[in-house]
Write a protein that binds this ligand. Structure first.
Ligand code: CUA
Length: 144
């Protein structure tokens, strides 16, 4: 057997061994591979949770090029716990007229608590360049 054939045979055997080990780990040992954060509750989808009267949790997903949920309605005086994550790239999160100015980092969760005392339309901007549609990446919170 020449050297090339020998190298190919060894490489093929190693490939079979490695794939078998991956399958063994997954099915026999039940080892879970790390998953994307948006596959984990409550980030499977954008969620607004009403904790009590005037207390809310918003789980935002910032994705090229929108915030989800895009529009949220809450009563004035509400205390809102904001949780943010991104499945793609780094985004910014600024709520106009407030001191909320956050970074949204893929695989991490950003948290901030804010109270909306005054009624109005609060626009949300992405302030970190995230691609061709960056300038259109906006959201809205309506405080009534
Ligand atoms: Cu998202 Cu810029």
């Amino acid at each position: 057997m020449n050297t090339e054939k020998l190298a190919l045979s060894i490489a093929s055997i190693l490939l079979v061994i490695f794939f078998s080990l991956i399958l063994y780990g997954a099915y026999v040992k039940n080892i879970d591979l790390p998953t994307c954060i948006v596959n984990v509750k409550p980030f499977e989808k954008d969620t607004i949770i009403k904790i009590s009267e005037n207390k809310y949790e918003i789980h935002y997903i910032a994705r090229q090029f929108s915030f989800f949920p895009t529009e949220v309605k809450i009563p004035r005086g509400s205390i809102v716990d904001i949780y943010l994550t991104s499945p793609d790239v780094i985004h910014g999160f600024h709520i106009e007229g407030t001191n909320v100015n956050l970074m949204v980092i893929p695989g991490a969760i950003t948290y901030y608590r804010v109270k909306f005392n005054n009624p109005g339309e609060y626009r949300i901007y992405c302030h970190e360049y995230c691609g061709l549609g960056h300038q259109n990446m906006m959201g809205k919170i309506l405080v009534q």
